[in-house]
Design a protein around this ligand. Structure first.
Ligand code: HMG
Ligand code: MG
Length: 310
């Protein structure tokens, strides 16, 4: 069994940082993540710079990077204008995003769910002609900060719409990190009853510390693509109080413990998480990263890490 990790640290991780992150640090982070063995690194966002000022340098970040063979550097786009900017900057893969909660989607994109789906139609059409791959996100799949409960039927409806439009993969996002394992499994299975499991990814935030447990249950249910952010970076500017993504280091440690292949160099990943945490002047939010970087754990007691980049 092999898992593909979609590293979202440079985008989901940095979009919420209050202090300005230097463009060169963003570029360096992406380069280091590629050197760790990542094959998919979500690099930045071509959203409105008024809405997310931290990623206003998206074009500069993209133009400084050349993806090595086999490495994808997708970028987030909210509308056709974002798609055009992304293409002009050389993006070959984009991600569109909407939500299973109407209230959240309005706060996040100033549009209802169906309106945002309608915005994506011309993007998908152009992407087909341009040979650009499109990933789709559904946010708030396990709860919404404005609406509360989100029915699985709505997650299924939105995921199905994105898949039918031509998104090759649908990432199911617990944007505010409120999910628990059994709820996560049921949500995943509901979506997988309509969309092949091979086209699904899970995207957990770790607000309540459940992300790794949720992932384990979803792995058992058959998912093979996991979104994660190095150093547990992140948060959504339109989901106040939500913490970072599940840390990539924690996911890799879990997978190594299970003997599941992932292609990431653990030591390099830990060093990258520590490096970016120091650059941002914040504590390393990865439990595994903290244990390994702070020297608090005798590494002979921990899982042996055998997976090196392909
Ligand atoms: P709006 O203000 O309604 O946009 O924002 P508008 O279409 O009315 O345009 C207003 C102005 O913005 C115009 O400029 C446009 O040209 C410009 P003006 O004529 O006034 O000079 N504009 C843009 N400029 C640059 N790039 C663009 C763009 N679009 C319009 N792409 C909009 C609507 C969707 C643009 C805005 O709400 C937005 O950018 N939202 C994105 C917010 C965001 O990035 N949130 C975080 C990402 S989602 C997430 O984190 C969840 C996820 O991780 C999964 C999970 O955890 O669940 C994916
Ligand atoms: Mg997210």
């Amino acid at each position: 069994m092999k898992i593909r990790i979609v590293e979202v640290g440079p985008r989901d991780g940095l979009q919420n940082e209050a202090r300005n992150v230097a463009t060169n640090d963003k570029i360096e982070l992406i380069r280091r993540l590629i050197d760790c063995g990542h094959r998919t690194v979500e690099a930045t966002s071509f959203v409105s710079p008024q809405w997310v000022p931290q990623l206003a340098d998206a074009a500069d970040v993209m133009s400084a990077l050349t993806a090595p063979a086999g490495v994808a550097l997708p970028v987030l786009v909210p509308n056709f204008k974002g798609y055009e900017r992304a293409r002009a900057a050389g993006a070959k893969e984009v991600a569109v995003f909407t939500a299973a909660s109407e209230a959240f989607n309005r706060k996040n994109t100033n549009a209802g769910i169906d309106e945002s789906l309608a915005r994506f139609a011309p993007i998908l059409e152009a992407a087909r002609a341009d040979d650009v791959r499109v990933r789709g996100y559904v946010s708030t799949v396990l709860g919404c900060p404005y609406q509360g409960q989100v029915p699985n039927s709505e997650v299924v409806r939105v995921a199905r719409a994105l898949y039918a439009m031509g998104a090759y993969e649908i990432s199911l996002g617990d944007t505010i990190g409120v999910g628990t394992p059994e709820k996560a499994r049921q949500m995943l299975m509901a979506v997988a009853s309509e969309i092949p499991m091979g086209a699904l990814a899970v995207h957990f935030h770790d607000t309540y510390g459940m992300a790794v447990a949720n992932i384990l249950r979803c792995l058992d249910a058959g998912v093979r693509v996991i979104d994660a952010a190095v150093g547990g970076l992140g948060g959504c500017p339109y989901a106040k109080g939500a913490s970072g993504n599940v840390a990539t280091e924690d996911v890799v440690y879990l997978l190594d413990g299970l003997g599941i292949e992932h292609g990431i160099d653990f030591d390099r990943l830990v060093a990258t998480g520590q490096w970016i945490s120091e650059r941002l002047g914040r504590a390393n939010a990865s439990k595994v990263g903290k244990a390994r970087s702070g020297g608090v754990l005798d590494s002979s007691l921990a899982v042996r890490h055998v997976h090196k980049p392909d």
